[in-house]
Design a protein around this ligand. Structure first.
Ligand SMILES: Nc1ncnc2c1ncn2[C@@H]1O[C@H](COP(=O)(O)OP(=O)(O)OP(=O)(O)O)[C@@H](O)[C@H]1O
Ligand SMILES: O=C(O)C1=C[C@@H](O)[C@@H](O)[C@H](O)C1
Ligand SMILES: [Mg+2]
Length: 173
């Protein structure tokens, strides 16, 4: 059995879909953002405000590598995990990577009332547009690409399961 790694922009549903996929496959889900909060003992906004983004990114890289080493699990990552090439390398090496996406309009709708994502502070719609442009292509390395726009959780899980069967992951060796 291999790690299944979900990547994608903020709000594409990695954490939510990962939980449903975990239930469907009987595999443990670990959420990298939640793991950072647990191990550092601080919320993500507090980590960004008090330690800075670079500290958060270092923790993210360290725990990513640790968790993928321990596997197998469904690892749901934070939207910015793809910013470091070393993270991309370890995800591809140690797991089957599934990228979730959604339209700009849908992402803004999903995230507009959010206060837990420091990079969206000061105006969600504008920040989403800017970051989407900055990160264009950053999730394209994943061999499995799922557009979640307008799809139910069940439909997304079924679509991912179909790909995992094709790729012989998410089941017994
Ligand atoms: N398919 C979907 N349709 C409608 N809403 C969704 C869908 N998937 C997720 N959502 C909603 O979008 C919001 C963001 O989802 P979630 O937290 O899972 O995103 P994420 O990709 O884990 O984001 P982050 O990168 O910040 O961790 C939540 O309110 C969730 O309920
Ligand atoms: O896209 C990003 O850079 C981030 C996404 C979230 O999952 C968190 O990891 C954090 O808010 C940063
Ligand atoms: Mg998440």
């Amino acid at each position: 059995m291999k790690n299944v790694v979900l990547v994608g922009f903020m709000g594409t549903g990695k954490t939510t879909v990962g939980a449903a996929l975990s239930e469907a496959l009987g595999m443990t889900q670990i959420d990298l953002d939640e793991e950072i909060v647990r191990r550092e003992g601080k919320s993500i906004p507090a980590l960004f405000a008090e330690q800075g983004e670079a500290y958060f990114r270092d923790a993210e890289s360290k725990y990513l590598a640790d968790l993928l080493e321990q596997g197998p699990c469904i690892l749901t990552t934070g939207g910015g995990v793809v910013l470091r090439p070393q993270n991309v390398e370890v995800m591809v090496q140690k797991g089957l990577v599934v990228a979730l996406s959604a339209s700009e309009e849908e992402l803004i709708k999903r995230l507009e009332n959010d206060t837990g994502r420091p990079l969206l502070a000061g105006g969600v719609a504008q920040r989403v547009r800017t970051l989407l442009a900055e990160r264009a292509g950053a999730y394209d390395f994943a061999p499995i690409q799922i557009d979640t726009t307008g799809k139910s959780l069940t439909a997304i899980v079924e679509e991912i399961k179909g790909h995992l069967v094709e790729n012989e992951a998410g089941g017994e060796d």
